[in-house]
Ligand binder design. Sequence first.
Ligand code: ST9
Ligand code: ZN
Ligand code: ZN
Length: 319
Amino acid sequence: MTETTLEPTMVEDVFDESYREKKGPKPPMVIVWRNVVLMSLLHLGAVYALFLIPSASPLTLLWALLCFVFSALGITAGAHRLWSHRSYKASLPLRVFLTFANSMAFQNDIYEWARDHRVHHKYSETDADPHNAVRGFFFSHIGWLLVRKHPDVIEKGSKLELSDLKADKVVMFQRRFYKPSVLLMCFVVPTVVPWLLWNESLWVGFFIPTLMRYALGLNATWLVNSAAHMWGNRPYDVNINPRENRFVTFSAIGEGYHNYHHTFPYDYSTSEYGWKLNLTTCFIDLMCFVGLARERKRAAREVVRARVQRTGDGSHRSG
Ligand code: ST9
Ligand code: ZN
Ligand code: ZN
C-alpha cells in the first residue's frame, strides 16, 4: 500500500488566473426544451414514487439505498476522484466496477463528465465554467443542463489535456456503449431485481429504486455545484466561492468539503478529516487495503496549515 503526500502531477484541474471573460453582451440563452420536459417528468415521477413508499417491500427500499450508494461511488470514487483528478490509481477490475456504477448514475459518460469537471476547476465561476455559480442557484444546480453551453466552455474545454482519458480503454469502451449501458444499469437492473428476487411489482421497482433513486442521486450531485458554492465556511481560501457544507457532505457521500477540494484538488480524500462523513474515502481506502487501488495523493499537513494561515477565513479548527 503506497501513499504519497507529494504535490499534484495533474495541472488540468488547477485554477487558471490568466483567463478573462470576453467583454460585451453575453450570448443569448438557448433553452433545450427536450431536456426541460425530460427533467420535469423525472422529478414528477420521483414525487409520485414518494406515495408508493408505504406499499413497497422493505427489501425494495433497502435495494434503492444500495443502488443510490453504488451509483454515487461511480461518480465520487470514479468520475470525480479517479478520472477527473487522478488522485489515486485503480486496477482494471476496480475501473470496470466503477464504470458499471457510473452508468447506473447516468450523469453523462466518464469522458464527458471529467472534461466538464476539469474545465469547472480550471475556470471556476467564469463563463468557461459549465455550471458557473455566479449565475445563481438554479443555473448551477440544474439550469446548466437545460440550456446550450456558453461558447467559452467549449472553447476552453477543447484545449484541455485529456490524453489520459483517451488512453483508458475502459473509459472509451463506456463512451462507445454509453446508451445501452445506461439502459441496463440505470433503468433495467434497478427495476427488475426486486421483481425477480422478492416478487415486488415492476411498477414500484420502476418508480422507487429507479426514478426516485436517480433523481435523488442527481440532486445530491448538483448540490455540490449549487449549495456548496454558496453556503458554508471557507477555512482554506476565502478568495474563492466553494465552501465547506456539512449537509452536502452527508448527501454526496463525502463531497461537500468543497473549499478544501478546490484548494487541493489532487487530494484523494477531498478533505482533511479522513473517514468523517466520507464514505467515498472509506471505499478508496478499502480498495487499497485489498490491493485494487494504490498511490493515493494527499496534501501535506504543513502545506494545508500554511494555506489556512495565509488565505483561510479564520474558521479552521486549528484557529
Ligand atoms: C449530470 C451531470 O447531471 C452532473 C455533473 C455534476 C458535476 C458535479 C461536480 C461536483 C464534484 C463532486 C461530485 C459529487 C458527486 C456526488 C454524488 C452523490 C450521489 N469541452 O454538450 P453539447 C463539445 S448529467 C470541450 O451538446 P450544447 C462537445 O464535445 C444528467 N468540448 O453542448 C460537442 O462537440 P461534438 C443527465 C465540449 O449543445 C459540442 O461541444 N444528462 C465541452 O451546448 C456540443 O456539446 C443530461 O441531462 C467541453 N467542456 O448542449 C444531458 N462541452 O459535437 C445534458 C461540450 O464535436 N446535456 N463540448 O462532440 C445536454 O443535453 C447538453 O450537453 C446541453 C448543452 C443541452 C446541456
Ligand atoms: Zn473536483
Ligand atoms: Zn466546484
